[in-house]
Design a protein around this ligand. Structure first.
Ligand code: AMP
Ligand code: MG
Length: 356
């Protein structure tokens, strides 16, 4: 009897150790998708379950990559071909929520986040790999695009019927698809019972829950130096997205041309080096980072208000750091940052967007 009790006690102790191990375990997986490294980190999840779920996520990413790519033949290139005919057609249900959300965010950004500027992107060659070396587009071609500049108002969607009134419309969701995809991955993780995780696609991420007893610690890259310029701790549900002029660029005639285009001029946006947006939803943070980069130091506060984003940091082309009070409250600048910091543009809380 005593022997049995000792054995049972020992088994319980061993089980407790095993449980503690799982609770304290970090599970990591990574793969390439959307032309970037996607990293999934889960905390306190049984490794077999974690392996199955991350494999499912990778499959999803590969499918989204095929379905949402603006240039590799797939669902979105078919949509772009149909839009160009100006004949009404039925949108594939797999694309409907993505396109509807992109259109909604574009309107909120006064068109600075413009997901239908695919033809302008291809004029610049930013869709290609490698990037064009030493050539910039003919100004006349940019002028022609501007004369008929497409906006999401050119696209009408009723149920699944789409009609388009401007042949220049072509979707390129490069400024937003990562955020939208990461949101769907977080939905999937939660549906599989996982509440402590970080999903990071090339430095843009959403973190949920905690890393055990401590928050997730996230670094934000310096736009001009190797290393980080700031960090943020997340212990709830936080997306952190950055748009920077250092991500994709080429040189022509001694000038640098980067990949975030100002739909008002047809040229790469001027005035910003990097914009970081923190928001609960990745799709909003992603679209807003792109829009506020285009808005630049003169207009970012107004557009941030319109988009319901109250945690924003913008590094302008002179190196000055602008941020909202709400961002100032959560961000820690690296000790070697000696740039001027200006805190402004506190969007009134009532403008925050509450989605159903
Ligand atoms: P991000 O790093 O999220 O700012 O996305 C940059 C990508 O978005 C570019 O490579 C283009 O594919 C696309 N893009 C460039 N300019 C814009 C813009 N003004 N609005 C929407 N998407 C854009
Ligand atoms: Mg973006």
């Amino acid at each position: 009897m005593t022997g049995l009790r000792v054995t049972l006690t020992l088994m319980c102790a061993l089980l407790a150790v095993a449980c503690n191990d799982v609770r304290e375990q970090e599970y990591h997986d990574q793969f390439l998708a959307f032309g970037t490294l996607v990293e999934i980190t889960l905390y306190g999840v049984d490794p077999d379950h974690a392996g199955r779920v991350t494999a499912e996520i990778e499959q999803q990413f590969q499918r989204w990559h095929r379905d949402w790519h603006a240039w590799e033949p797939g669902l979105l290139t078919e949509v772009n071909a149909r839009l160009a005919t100006l004949q009404p057609f039925t949108l594939d249900p797999a694309l409907l929520p993505l396109i509807t959300e992109a259109n909604r965010l574009s309107k909120l950004s006064s068109g600075l986040f413009n997901p239908v500027l695919g033809r302008l992107i291809s004029l610049w060659g930013f869709q290609g790999n490698p990037l064009p070396a030493g050539t910039q587009p003919d100004p006349a071609a940019i002028g022609k695009w501007l004369a008929n500049a497409p906006t999401v108002d050119d696209v009408e969607i009723e149920d699944t019927r789409v009609s388009c009134h401007n042949p220049e419309v072509a979707y390129d969701l490069g400024g937003f698809a990562k955020g939208y995809a990461i949101d769907r991955v977080i939905d999937l993780l939660r549906a599989r019972g996982i509440d402590n995780a970080i999903v990071n696609a090339g430095g843009d991420l959403r973190a949920i829950g905690m890393h055990g007893e401590r928050p997730w610690h996230v670094g934000i890259r310096h736009p001009r130096k190797n290393g980080i310029m700031a960090s943020i701790d997340s212990s709830g549900d936080t997306s952190i997205f950055t748009s920077g002029d250092y991500e994709r660029l080429f040189e022509a005639n001694g000038k640098r041309f980067h990949h975030i285009l100002d739909p008002r001029t047809g040229y790469p946006a001027v005035g910003s080096r990097a914009v970081t947006v923190v928001h609960e939803q990745g799709a909003i943070a992603d679209a807003a980072a792109t829009a506020l980069f285009v808005a630049g130091p003169a207009e970012w506060t107004a557009i941030a208000r319109q988009m319901g984003t109250d945690r924003v940091m913008l590094v302008d082309s002179g190196g000055t750091i602008h941020m909202t009070p709400a961002m100032r409250a959560i961000i820690e600048l690296a000790p070697d940052i000696d740039a001027e910091v200006r805190v402004s543009g506190n969007p009134p809380l009532e403008t925050a967007i509450h989605r159903p």
